[in-house]
Design a protein around this ligand. Structure first.
Ligand code: ASP
Length: 352
């Protein structure tokens, strides 16, 4: 009898211990499944260059500000609704690609043989998965093709006809040359060819004759979503009168675009060759990770020391893992803006 009682007692004790353990683990689980809502934010650029107040009419400035605001809101809405930073970057960039105001998608600049060859890339800071397209001529939104390369291939970059065939296979919107054409960009090419030079579509030396044309540029976006994931993307037509087949920094991961959840996300604009040679976007992240620099300090080092010392020009936008936003450039201006879940919003054009 005593034996039976002892067995019954030990069995009850074990049951009690097991059930209290599982209650504890439920409590622990409950704690971890209700995280505090994180901050979210995005920052965009629409190109850097010789953008001075005296070169923009009031109406032009208004149009740029309006489009930048539209792009910010498109990305912000995605983040606010709990969407991913990748989708936010895509939506913000789509707004600028679809506007002839910027050198990406519709309104891209012409190369030396009068064609528009566009480049774009995207990077996911959580997985480091990346996608890019280069030298595409008919994809309406090159950033969408870059995302598709990231998600649906084992590769990082597709170029030219291969990239276009791939985009068609996935039914991405395609357009003919007429859609991308703008008279202003074409005139810009003709003027540039007269000088027989290759330059940024908005660089200083074009200023005298291209007063009206020098202020448009590449577009980019970096976003941080509610899950703490950073994404960065860049889309461009490149540089006016570039050699056909030339590929700039924008589709090169580490040069024009970089994102890593443990450091920051970056998108670049400027004379691409300098951003490739310095691996500018990744360099910012490396300076933060290995030298302990803040985002702001790292941007300053890359633009005002590394790019400057090679004679390059342009700018960078960035956002770190805690949602801090910064930008820097060594040109007269850069179309730029940000919006955060804390209610901060800013749109700026000139160097002030
Ligand atoms: N970085 C681009 C390129 O070199 C041009 C630009 O940002 O305006 O293709």
């Amino acid at each position: 009898m005593k034996k039976y009682f002892l067995t019954f007692f030990s069995f009850t004790l074990i049951l009690f211990i097991v059930s209290s353990c599982s209650n504890n683990s439920k409590k622990i689980k409950q704690k971890t499944t209700t995280p505090k809502e994180k901050t979210f934010a995005l920052v965009i650029h629409g190109g850097a260059g010789t953008i001075k107040k005296e070169y923009l009419s009031e109406a032009q400035e208004k149009a740029y500000r309006k489009k930048l605001e539209e792009a910010l809101n498109a990305g912000y809405t995605v983040l606010e609704e709990g969407g991913s930073s990748i989708t936010a970057v895509q939506k913000a960039i789509n707004v600028m690609e679809n506007s002839p105001l910027f050198n990406a998608g519709k309104g891209a600049v012409f190369n030396s043989i009068g064609k528009q060859e566009m480049d774009a890339s995207i990077m996911d800071g959580k997985t480091l998965n990346s996608g890019a397209v280069a030298g595409v001529q008919h994809i309406k939104n090159p950033i969408n093709a870059a995302i598709l390369v990231k998600d649906s291939t084992r590769h990082v970059m597709l170029s030219g006809k291969g990239a276009e065939d791939f985009a068609k296979q996935y039914h991405l919107a395609m357009e003919d040359a007429k859609y991308f054409y703008t008279e202003k960009r074409y005139q810009q090419l003709l003027k540039m060819q007269k000088r027989d030079s290759i330059q940024l579509d908005h660089s200083t030396s074009m200023i005298n004759t291209l007063i009206d044309d020098h202020k448009l540029g590449t577009v980019g976006c970096v976003a941080l979503d509610k899950n703490g994931n950073i994404a960065a993307g860049t889309s461009t037509g490149g540089m006016t009168n570039k050699k056909y087949g030339r590929i700039g920094d924008s589709p090169i991961i580490g040069a024009g675009t970089y994102a890593n959840n443990i450091s920051c996300g970056i998108s670049a604009t400027g004379t691409g060759e300098f951003f490739i040679r310095t691996l500018a976007a990744h360099e910012v992240s490396a300076l933060m990770m290995y030298k302990g620099l803040s985002l702001k300090e790292a941007l300053k080092q890359v633009i005002h020391v590394e790019i400057d010392s090679l004679g390059g020009d342009g700018g960078l936008i960035g956002l770190d893992k805690d949602g801090h936003i910064a930008w820097d450039f060594n040109t007269a201006g850069m179309y730029r803006g940000y919006k955060t879940s804390a209610g901060d919003q800013k749109i700026e054009i000139y160097n002030q």
